[in-house]
Design a protein around this ligand. Structure first.
Ligand code: CA
Length: 227
Protein backbone atom coordinates (compact mmCIF):
# COMPACT_ATOMS: atom_id res chain seq x y z
CA UNK A 1 0.00 0.00 0.00
CA UNK A 2 2.97 2.31 0.60
CA UNK A 3 3.28 4.64 -2.34
CA UNK A 4 -0.24 3.88 -3.53
CA UNK A 5 -1.56 7.16 -4.80
CA UNK A 6 -5.23 8.01 -4.75
CA UNK A 7 -6.67 11.03 -6.51
CA UNK A 8 -9.76 12.33 -4.72
CA UNK A 9 -11.91 14.56 -6.95
CA UNK A 10 -14.71 16.14 -4.95
CA UNK A 11 -15.90 19.76 -4.90
CA UNK A 12 -17.60 19.56 -1.50
CA UNK A 13 -14.83 20.66 0.84
CA UNK A 14 -16.17 18.80 3.88
CA UNK A 15 -16.39 15.49 2.03
CA UNK A 16 -13.04 16.08 0.35
CA UNK A 17 -11.27 16.64 3.64
CA UNK A 18 -13.02 13.69 5.26
CA UNK A 19 -11.87 11.42 2.43
CA UNK A 20 -8.34 12.79 2.55
CA UNK A 21 -8.07 12.24 6.30
CA UNK A 22 -9.36 8.69 6.23
CA UNK A 23 -7.29 7.62 3.24
CA UNK A 24 -4.11 9.16 4.63
CA UNK A 25 -4.67 7.43 7.93
CA UNK A 26 -4.78 4.15 5.99
CA UNK A 27 -1.36 4.98 4.55
CA UNK A 28 -2.37 6.10 1.07
CA UNK A 29 -0.77 9.09 -0.60
CA UNK A 30 -3.66 11.42 -1.47
CA UNK A 31 -3.96 14.16 -4.06
CA UNK A 32 -7.24 16.01 -3.47
CA UNK A 33 -8.70 18.16 -6.25
CA UNK A 34 -11.94 20.10 -6.55
CA UNK A 35 -12.77 20.31 -10.25
CA UNK A 36 -12.82 18.15 -13.36
CA UNK A 37 -9.82 19.73 -15.06
CA UNK A 38 -7.59 19.11 -12.07
CA UNK A 39 -9.01 15.59 -11.77
CA UNK A 40 -8.02 14.84 -15.37
CA UNK A 41 -4.51 16.17 -14.93
CA UNK A 42 -3.90 14.31 -11.69
CA UNK A 43 -5.38 11.02 -12.89
CA UNK A 44 -3.37 11.07 -16.13
CA UNK A 45 -0.04 11.31 -14.43
CA UNK A 46 -0.01 9.52 -11.17
CA UNK A 47 -3.14 7.85 -9.92
CA UNK A 48 -3.28 4.22 -8.79
CA UNK A 49 -6.94 4.82 -8.02
CA UNK A 50 -9.37 7.60 -8.78
CA UNK A 51 -12.12 8.43 -6.33
CA UNK A 52 -14.43 10.56 -8.41
CA UNK A 53 -17.48 12.62 -7.60
CA UNK A 54 -19.77 12.82 -10.64
CA UNK A 55 -21.06 16.34 -10.00
CA UNK A 56 -17.84 18.31 -10.47
CA UNK A 57 -17.40 21.88 -11.72
CA UNK A 58 -15.42 22.38 -14.93
CA UNK A 59 -15.74 18.92 -16.47
CA UNK A 60 -18.25 16.61 -14.86
CA UNK A 61 -17.29 13.17 -13.63
CA UNK A 62 -18.89 11.32 -16.56
CA UNK A 63 -16.76 13.27 -19.01
CA UNK A 64 -13.62 12.84 -16.91
CA UNK A 65 -14.05 9.05 -17.11
CA UNK A 66 -14.85 9.15 -20.82
CA UNK A 67 -11.83 11.27 -21.67
CA UNK A 68 -9.45 9.10 -19.64
CA UNK A 69 -10.93 5.99 -21.21
CA UNK A 70 -10.47 7.35 -24.70
CA UNK A 71 -6.82 8.05 -23.90
CA UNK A 72 -6.37 4.56 -22.46
CA UNK A 73 -5.42 6.13 -19.13
CA UNK A 74 -8.36 5.41 -16.88
CA UNK A 75 -6.99 4.19 -13.55
CA UNK A 76 -9.07 1.89 -11.33
CA UNK A 77 -12.00 4.14 -10.44
CA UNK A 78 -14.55 4.35 -7.65
CA UNK A 79 -17.46 6.72 -8.34
CA UNK A 80 -19.09 8.86 -5.67
CA UNK A 81 -22.63 9.81 -6.41
CA UNK A 82 -25.60 11.39 -4.68
CA UNK A 83 -28.30 11.12 -7.31
CA UNK A 84 -30.39 8.07 -8.13
CA UNK A 85 -30.46 8.96 -11.82
CA UNK A 86 -26.67 8.86 -11.89
CA UNK A 87 -26.55 5.49 -10.18
CA UNK A 88 -28.55 3.95 -13.02
CA UNK A 89 -26.07 5.18 -15.59
CA UNK A 90 -23.07 4.04 -13.55
CA UNK A 91 -24.51 0.61 -12.85
CA UNK A 92 -25.55 0.23 -16.48
CA UNK A 93 -21.83 0.07 -17.31
CA UNK A 94 -22.07 3.22 -19.29
CA UNK A 95 -19.02 4.14 -17.29
CA UNK A 96 -15.90 2.01 -17.06
CA UNK A 97 -15.77 2.40 -13.29
CA UNK A 98 -14.78 -0.46 -11.01
CA UNK A 99 -17.21 0.36 -8.24
CA UNK A 100 -19.47 3.10 -6.95
CA UNK A 101 -20.66 4.33 -3.61
CA UNK A 102 -23.65 6.50 -2.75
CA UNK A 103 -23.60 9.58 -0.56
CA UNK A 104 -23.94 9.70 2.32
CA UNK A 105 -21.46 6.88 2.89
CA UNK A 106 -19.58 5.59 5.90
CA UNK A 107 -15.81 6.05 5.71
CA UNK A 108 -15.39 2.44 6.77
CA UNK A 109 -17.39 1.20 3.81
CA UNK A 110 -15.57 3.48 1.45
CA UNK A 111 -12.16 2.24 2.64
CA UNK A 112 -13.32 -1.34 2.20
CA UNK A 113 -14.36 -0.64 -1.41
CA UNK A 114 -11.12 1.15 -2.20
CA UNK A 115 -9.09 -1.69 -0.70
CA UNK A 116 -11.05 -4.27 -2.69
CA UNK A 117 -10.55 -2.46 -6.00
CA UNK A 118 -6.80 -2.11 -5.35
CA UNK A 119 -6.44 -5.77 -4.37
CA UNK A 120 -8.28 -6.80 -7.52
CA UNK A 121 -5.92 -4.68 -9.57
CA UNK A 122 -2.83 -6.06 -7.83
CA UNK A 123 -4.09 -9.61 -8.19
CA UNK A 124 -4.58 -9.21 -11.92
CA UNK A 125 -1.18 -7.69 -12.35
CA UNK A 126 0.66 -10.22 -10.20
CA UNK A 127 -0.55 -13.18 -12.22
CA UNK A 128 0.03 -11.69 -15.60
CA UNK A 129 2.22 -12.84 -18.41
CA UNK A 130 2.42 -10.32 -21.22
CA UNK A 131 3.00 -11.94 -24.59
CA UNK A 132 4.17 -9.43 -27.15
CA UNK A 133 5.24 -11.37 -30.19
CA UNK A 134 8.70 -12.79 -29.52
CA UNK A 135 8.96 -10.83 -26.30
CA UNK A 136 7.31 -12.22 -23.19
CA UNK A 137 7.13 -10.66 -19.74
CA UNK A 138 6.38 -13.02 -16.90
CA UNK A 139 5.38 -10.89 -13.95
CA UNK A 140 5.25 -13.74 -11.48
CA UNK A 141 8.85 -14.64 -12.25
CA UNK A 142 9.81 -10.97 -12.79
CA UNK A 143 11.44 -12.05 -15.99
CA UNK A 144 11.58 -10.89 -19.58
CA UNK A 145 12.18 -13.49 -22.28
CA UNK A 146 12.82 -13.30 -25.99
CA UNK A 147 12.21 -16.47 -27.98
CA UNK A 148 12.18 -18.25 -24.62
CA UNK A 149 15.63 -16.92 -23.58
CA UNK A 150 15.72 -15.10 -20.28
CA UNK A 151 17.12 -11.56 -20.51
CA UNK A 152 18.97 -10.14 -17.50
CA UNK A 153 17.42 -6.77 -16.63
CA UNK A 154 18.16 -4.47 -13.72
CA UNK A 155 15.13 -3.78 -11.47
CA UNK A 156 14.48 -0.34 -12.95
CA UNK A 157 14.87 -1.58 -16.51
CA UNK A 158 12.34 -4.29 -15.75
CA UNK A 159 9.91 -1.87 -14.08
CA UNK A 160 10.18 0.50 -17.02
CA UNK A 161 9.56 -2.31 -19.51
CA UNK A 162 6.48 -3.49 -17.60
CA UNK A 163 5.03 0.03 -17.43
CA UNK A 164 5.56 0.55 -21.16
CA UNK A 165 4.35 -2.89 -22.22
CA UNK A 166 1.26 -2.66 -20.00
CA UNK A 167 0.14 0.42 -21.93
CA UNK A 168 0.58 -0.41 -25.61
CA UNK A 169 -0.19 2.51 -27.89
CA UNK A 170 -0.33 4.96 -24.98
CA UNK A 171 1.98 7.98 -24.83
CA UNK A 172 3.72 7.89 -21.45
CA UNK A 173 5.48 10.99 -20.18
CA UNK A 174 8.99 10.74 -18.74
CA UNK A 175 7.56 12.01 -15.46
CA UNK A 176 5.06 9.18 -15.22
CA UNK A 177 7.66 6.59 -16.16
CA UNK A 178 9.98 7.96 -13.49
CA UNK A 179 7.33 7.72 -10.82
CA UNK A 180 6.28 4.22 -11.84
CA UNK A 181 9.74 2.75 -12.16
CA UNK A 182 11.62 4.70 -9.49
CA UNK A 183 9.00 5.95 -7.05
CA UNK A 184 8.15 9.37 -5.74
CA UNK A 185 11.30 10.05 -3.77
CA UNK A 186 13.70 9.51 -6.63
CA UNK A 187 15.55 12.75 -7.29
CA UNK A 188 17.38 11.85 -10.51
CA UNK A 189 16.40 13.72 -13.66
CA UNK A 190 14.14 12.60 -16.46
CA UNK A 191 17.27 11.83 -18.52
CA UNK A 192 17.54 8.73 -16.35
CA UNK A 193 14.52 7.38 -18.23
CA UNK A 194 16.28 7.96 -21.58
CA UNK A 195 19.38 6.11 -20.42
CA UNK A 196 17.33 3.12 -19.29
CA UNK A 197 15.32 3.03 -22.50
CA UNK A 198 18.62 2.94 -24.43
CA UNK A 199 19.71 -0.04 -22.37
CA UNK A 200 16.39 -1.82 -22.93
CA UNK A 201 16.75 -1.30 -26.66
CA UNK A 202 20.29 -2.69 -26.58
CA UNK A 203 19.38 -5.69 -24.46
CA UNK A 204 16.20 -6.59 -26.30
CA UNK A 205 15.80 -5.02 -29.73
CA UNK A 206 19.44 -4.97 -30.81
CA UNK A 207 20.67 -8.17 -29.24
CA UNK A 208 17.77 -10.24 -30.53
CA UNK A 209 17.16 -8.27 -33.68
CA UNK A 210 13.58 -7.51 -32.68
CA UNK A 211 11.57 -4.89 -34.53
CA UNK A 212 11.75 -1.63 -32.54
CA UNK A 213 8.98 -1.67 -29.96
CA UNK A 214 9.72 1.45 -27.93
CA UNK A 215 8.97 4.65 -29.83
CA UNK A 216 10.50 7.96 -28.79
CA UNK A 217 8.07 10.87 -28.49
CA UNK A 218 10.36 13.86 -28.69
CA UNK A 219 9.96 16.36 -25.89
CA UNK A 220 7.48 14.10 -24.10
CA UNK A 221 8.36 10.49 -23.44
CA UNK A 222 7.82 7.04 -24.92
CA UNK A 223 5.19 4.75 -26.36
CA UNK A 224 5.12 0.97 -26.66
CA UNK A 225 4.07 -0.13 -30.11
CA UNK A 226 0.94 -2.17 -30.35
CA UNK A 227 1.73 -5.73 -31.46
CA1 CA B 1 -20.26 17.47 -6.30
Amino acid sequence: MAGTQIVVAEDDVAIRELLRDHLQREGYAVVAVEDGHAALRAARELADLLLLDLGLPGIDGFDVVRMLQREGRLPPTVILTARAAEIDRVVGFELGADDYICKPFSPRELLARVGAVLRRRDGTQALRTLSLGRLEIDERAREARVDGHSVALKPQEYALLVELASNPGVALSRERLLVRAWGFDFDGGERTVDAHVRRLRAKLEERFNLPPFIETLHGFGYRFRRA
